[in-house]
Design a protein around this ligand. Sequence first.
Ligand SMILES: [Fe+2]
Ligand SMILES: [Fe+2]
Length: 163
Amino acid sequence: MSTVATMEWTQDLLLGDERTDVTHQEFVELVNATAACEPEQQLAKFQELLAHTVEHFAQEERWMLATGISADFCHFSQHNNVLDIMREVDRRATAGELDLIPRMLEALVEWFPMHANSMDASLVSYLKEKGYDTRTETLPAGASPEGVALPSCGSHEADHACG
Ligand SMILES: [Fe+2]
Ligand SMILES: [Fe+2]
C-alpha cells in the first residue's frame, strides 16, 4: 500500500448543498481509494478520479454560468489549473512515471479543503441567495440577472496550491 496523505470526510467539508456535498464526498472517497491502491492499480483509479473531477468542476461551472458569473472569474481558473496538472500527471504516469500519482494526491489533499471552504462555500451561498436549485439546475421564475457580490480572488487563495 502506498503511503500518501489521505483525507477525512468531516463536518468541516459539508457546505449545505446536497449535490455539492455528495460530489465532494465522492471526490474525497476517490482520492482515498486511489491512495490505497497498489502501484499497479493506481493509474486506473487515478483516471477514475480525474474523470470524476472533470464532471465535478463542470457541474459547478455550469451553475456559475447559469447564474451570471462570467467564465473569467477565478473559480474557473482554479479548476483549470488543477485539471491541467492532473491531466499532465495522467499523461506522464501512463508513460511510466507512476510515482507522480502519490505526489498529485498529496497536493489534492492539501488543496481541496481550502478550495471547498473558500470558492465552493461562497458559490453555495451565492446560489442560495439567487434561489438557484442545484437539483433541477433552474433559477426561480423572474430571477434578476444581477449578481450578489462574490469574494475577490485574494493572493492567499489556491491559485498556486498545486503548482
Ligand atoms: Fe467543488
Ligand atoms: Fe470549485
